[in-house]
Design a protein around this ligand. Structure first.
Ligand SMILES: *Cc1c(COP(=O)(O)O)cnc(C)c1O
Length: 375
């Protein structure tokens, strides 16, 4: 009997969870030590492990990726306008706007769903100070192209790598491009620390500045050398992150198995295409993304999602309708006249399907059958 027959709801982004015994023993140790936050042993170990996996010099773990993006943008002294894709989770935009920076939305390449470098260049004005690229679905965006633009126009280049932990581009782990990259360890992400995030960078000075900023600007006792915020990750979160990292291979194996099962189950369904992960790259396979061509499929994308919900499959329409059509950006008319046709089209086509530890192959087959049996 598969999970759906048991009457359970299947959610996109249900958390992957490592060994409870190991987690509980770490939490006991944290309580025994009475060291709950502020550069504890688990935080330092978590940062060290991430640094090894990504091959990047500095890892500054934070309470979540949104605050990490905010701190990174501040540390880089971004202001005025910063160009980002509209096809991303709203936090990419909010993290800038929250600090008085105007996010300017660039269109995407419909094949990769990633930011289109030519569109970025078109949007550069005298007010532009930076670019935030996003590696959507863990498929690395055009870091070379954005790097060239950043140099040519003297802009700061950073990345929202929230989807991209343990994913590679041209054989290199994501995390080393631009001035810095930001990862998320939110519950719904590939590896979670309950809530959490990190900025990673090969720039030691930038890392030091962000370490100060995440702890109110404190340098030792009684000495505040910077304006800062509380962006710290707690020891319990670091322990969860470490415990889940120990299962990284198992989680990838499960996600990859599910991806291949979806590939098989969805092949040949007219109007449904699964986005592919390059077999030459490493991927976490955390996102099962289909695009629905409503005419060929014979059913509207929204209707398909409704139908899946009726069957307890809580599929999602990421990132619909695009940041530019959400508040406050919609009313601000940042891109005016707005010209993001590919973002609009992709956002209207995508459905995200469940995967991860809570989904087995039989369940994938069942979901594929529901999609196949359209009216
Ligand atoms: C999840 C996500 C974030 C926010 O991460 P949090 O850790 O929840 O703050 C930012 N950007 C993207 C692209 C995301 O998917």
């Amino acid at each position: 009997m598969n999970l759906l027959n048991a009457g359970k709801k299947l959610h996109v982004g249900a958390p992957n969870i490592g060994s409870r015994e190991v987690l509980f023993s770490r939490i006991n140790d944290i309580l025994d030590r009475r060291w709950l936050s502020n550069n504890g042993v688990y935080l330092l170990e978590f940062e060290r492990k991430i640094s090894n996996i990504l091959g990047v010099r500095n890892v500054v773990a934070m309470c979540n990726a949104t605050v990490a993006l905010e701190i990174a943008a501040r540390a880089l002294e971004l202001h005025g306008e910063v160009i980002i894709p509209s096809y991303t989770f709203i936090a990419t935009a909010h993290s800038l706007y929250w600090q008085g920076i105007t996010p300017v939305f660039a269109d995407i390449d419909p094949k990769t769903h990633n930011i289109n470098v030519e569109e970025v260049e078109r949007l550069i004005t005298p007010k532009t100070t930076g670019i935030v690229g996003v590696h959507i679905w863990g498929r690395g965006c055009d870091t070379e192209g954005l790097g060239i633009l950043a140099k040519k126009y003297n802009l700061k280049e950073m990345y929202d790598a929230s989807h991209g932990f343990a994913c590679s581009k041209n054989g290199q782990m994501l995390g080393s491009s631009g001035k810095c990259e930001v990862f998320s360890f939110h519950a719904t992400k590939f590896i979670n620390s309950f809530e959490g995030g990190a900025v990673v960078t090969n720039d030691d000075e930038l890392a030091e500045k962000m370490r100060l900023m995440r702890n109110f600007g404190f340098k030792g006792f009684d000495n505040v050398v910077h304006c800062g915020v509380n962006g710290k990750m707690s020891e319990v979160c670091a322990a969860m992150g470490l415990t889940n990292l120990e299962q990284i291979e198992e989680i990838i194996t499960i996600n990859r198995r599910n991806y291949l099962a979806y590939q098989k189950g969805l092949s040949g369904i007219k109007g449904i295409s699964l986005i592919e992960y390059d077999p030459k790259e490493q991927n976490n396979f955390q996102y099962i993304i289909i695009e629905v061509d409503s005419e060929k499929y014979g059913l509207d994308r929204n209707k398909l999602v409704e139908r899946l919900h009726e069957q307890n499959i809580i599929a999602r329409k990421y990132f619909w309708p695009g940041c530019h059509l959400m508040e406050p950006y919609r009313s601000l008319h940042i891109n005016s006249p707005y010209n993001l046709p590919e973002t609009d089209r992709v956002a209207a086509r995508v459905v995200v399907l469940p995967t991860g530890q809570t989904v087995d192959e039989e369940t994938v087959d069942h979901i594929c059958q529901i999609i196949k049996n359209r009216p």
